[in-house]
Design a protein around this ligand. Structure first.
Ligand code: URA
Length: 240
């Protein structure tokens, strides 16, 4: 339960002081009834109108960085009742993932209830870097790295410039570890980029989204972003 003036101010309509004036002047209704008492309390189920405008209570914005484990789906709910990334976060806010990691992909995933930030980050022009570590079958050479960097065709559309580098080749398992930095976010993009040059991804981790790395988070762990990080995300996405 909140005081009426606090509720009005939290909606962004006006300040608490001005809300008091509106209440005294009979401009505020709760559930259709004019309310003039300043101390009146409201809860989330009440419908508050000010000068005929229905107010929505503004929710506090929350931002999380999750190190997504394998075997969890990136969705808000699942019709087969499988565990989702939302189930891993202890919050009463209605958050959703920003973008998508495959069921078997691990790593950095932002979750928030801030629709503006989510839209900006997911916009094709946002150009936020995402750093992936891919374990691929076989030996990757310089020629393949160049192809990945210059762009490959997926469904007839060329991927834009990327950065790639070989981290290691394991002779025993005949597999290469490649770091691939892309800023697009097409469906299964990394797996499809390797497929386009004839390689299969056997393990995939997103190490970083923008400047946010999950190197300090264990699998399944998450942390809240601080205000500086949120501001930087807004800035980095806009200034591209
Ligand atoms: N690219 C993929 O192929 N899978 C992911 O989960 C993310 C990027």
């Amino acid at each position: 339960m909140d005081r009426l003036n606090k509720f009005i101010a939290a909606s962004g309509y006006t300040s608490r002081r001005k809300a008091d004036d509106l209440i005294i002047n009979g401009k505020v209704k709760i559930n259709g009834k004019v309310i003039r008492e300043l101390g009146t309390k409201v809860d989330g189920n009440d419908i508050v109108t000010v000068e005929g405008n229905v107010l929505k209570k503004e929710e506090n914005k929350v931002y999380y960085l999750l190190n997504k484990p394998r075997g969890i789906i990136t969705a808000v709910s699942d019709d087969k009742n499988r565990k989702t990334v939302i189930d891993l976060i202890d919050t009463d806010k209605r958050i959703y993932p920003v973008g998508r990691l495959d069921y078997d992909t691990t790593g950095a995933l932002i979750l928030t209830n801030d629709g503006d930030l989510a839209n900006i980050l997911m916009h094709p022009k946002s150009n936020i870097d995402k750093v992936y570590i891919a374990k691929v079958k076989g030996l990757i050479g310089k020629a393949e790295i160049t192809k990945l960097e210059r762009g490959v065709y997926i469904d007839g559309v060329k991927t834009s410039n990327a950065k790639a580098r070989i981290r290691k080749y394991d002779k025993k398992t005949d597999s290469s570890i490649v770091e691939l930095t892309i800023h697009e976010g097409r469906n299964h993009q990394v797996k499809n980029m390797f497929a386009a040059i004839g390689y299969e991804v056997i393990k995939l981790k997103r190490e970083k989204v923008a400047f946010l790395s999950v190197s300090d988070l264990k699998s399944g762990e998450y942390r809240e972003l601080n205000i500086k990080e949120v501001k930087k995300l807004y800035n980095d996405a806009k200034n591209r």
